[in-house]
Design a protein around this ligand. Structure first.
Ligand SMILES: NC(=O)c1ccc[n+]([C@@H]2O[C@H](COP(=O)([O-])OP(=O)(O)OC[C@H]3O[C@@H](n4cnc5c(N)ncnc54)[C@H](O)[C@@H]3O)[C@@H](O)[C@H]2O)c1
Length: 335
């Protein structure tokens, strides 16, 4: 059995703790969360884990991997602790809101040589994976451009926005990562326009809720991203990839797989509610990949370098939006 610890028992920590405990090769030994709550105690009881502090995890030589699902401002320090103690790590995005810290921590993690999976779960979603595999196999022909829609069901509360690092680092980072994953090359130019059109509280917190972002890859291919904090029907998470022989569409996944037709028309259900539901398969697959990394040394679909490169694009998008000009990225570009 592999013994794991999960940091953070909030929204995503809850998902990862349950997936770890359900894995047949895992004993979830510890959960760490400094904020006492009944929900955390229930999660510990359900998973059979002990609630402990950070020191306990890193001083236990039997713990071979840690899942960092705590608040963003704790990721960098916990990654450094994992690198120092030689434990494998599955870390949620983003590594830090400060780009210099992301770059420094990435270097340390790479030099330490620990196994590291970064939480870009869309790479583990069966539909996005299908698109990637079909492009890589050559069946779809040459990929020429991608259009992505990411719209949350409703704007997050102001307190969340204030700690999030802004929509590009918090939400659009998944799309920046998907762009690199499907293109199979780096982004060379970013042009971003953003505004707060939905919620004055978001503007008051200094963030945007609506953005149009155009990326150009090193070889000159395009990605158009539409990012928004609201969709009146729920979670909107779609992609189309235009290739020379095929167009590949990832559609929203309906809550009900049955369409009802009557004299008024055809009625389908609304899409799966939000990321926890929509990406449930992907989060499970991520946990399996993490265990595989520890057991067999298999490479993850997303590692620490992918976290760094997606964040470089997010930082360039912020600069572009502020200056109103396209930003050219080189491998060592930083904000
Ligand atoms: N990949 C995804 O789909 C996805 C989805 C949601 C959140 N996230 C990321 O996961 C992280 C957590 O987000 P969330 O929405 O679950 O937040 P959350 O606020 O619901 O939970 C965070 C938890 O971390 C705890 N915490 C704070 N400091 C800690 C520490 N030092 N050690 C252990 N626990 C600590 C908090 O008490 C809280 O319970 C964020 O970085 C976020 O960007 C990723």
């Amino acid at each position: 059995m592999i013994e794991l610890a999960v940091f953070g028992a909030g929204r995503i920590g809850h998902v990862h703790a349950l997936n770890a405990a359900a894995h047949p090769s895992v004993r979830l030994k510890y959960i760490v969360d400094p904020v006492p709550s009944e929900a955390h105690e229930r999660l510990a009881a359900e998973t059979g884990a002990d609630m402990v502090d950070t020191e306990m995890v890193f001083s236990d030589a039997d713990i071979s991997g840690v899942v960092i699902a705590s608040s963003t401002d704790t990721h960098a320090e916990l990654l450094l602790r994992a690198a120092e103690s030689g434990k494998a790590v599955f870390c949620e995005k983003p590594v830090s809101l400060d780009f210099a810290t992301v770059a420094r921590v990435s270097r340390v993690v790479e030099e330490a040589g620990i196994a590291c999976l970064l939480g870009f779960q869309r790479r583990y979603d069966p539909n996005f994976r299908f698109v990637r595999d079909r492009i890589v196999s050559g069946q779809a022909g040459a990929l020429e451009h991608i259009v992505m829609h990411t719209r949350d069901p409703s704007p997050p509360p102001r307190a969340y926005v204030e700690r999030s690092g802004g929509m590009f680092r918090d939400q659009a980072i998944h799309d920046f990562d998907m762009a690199r994953y499907l293109l199979g090359e780096e982004i060379a130019t970013v042009y971003a326009a953003g505004n707060s059109l939905i919620d004055p509280e978001i503007a008051a917190a200094g963030d945007i809720d609506t953005a149009m972002i155009t990326l150009t890859s090193v070889s000159g291919r395009f990605v158009q991203m539409i990012n928004c904090r609201r969709a009146p029907f729920g979670y909107d998470q779609r992609l189309e990839a235009l290739c020379s022989r095929e167009v590949l569409y990832v559609e929203n996944r309906p809550q009900r797989g049955v369409m009802i037709a009557d004299a008024e028309g055809f009625h389908s259900s609304t899409p799966m509610n939000y990321f926890i539901e929509r990406f449930a398969d992907a989060y499970r697959a991520e946990m399996h990949a993490f265990v595989d990394m520890i057991e067999t040394g298999a490479k993850p679909l997303a590692g620490i370098r992918d976290g760094l490169e997606a964040q470089r694009i997010a930082e360039a998008a912020i600069v572009s939006m502020k200056t109103g000009t396209a930003v050219h990225i080189t491998p060592d570009w930083n904000p």
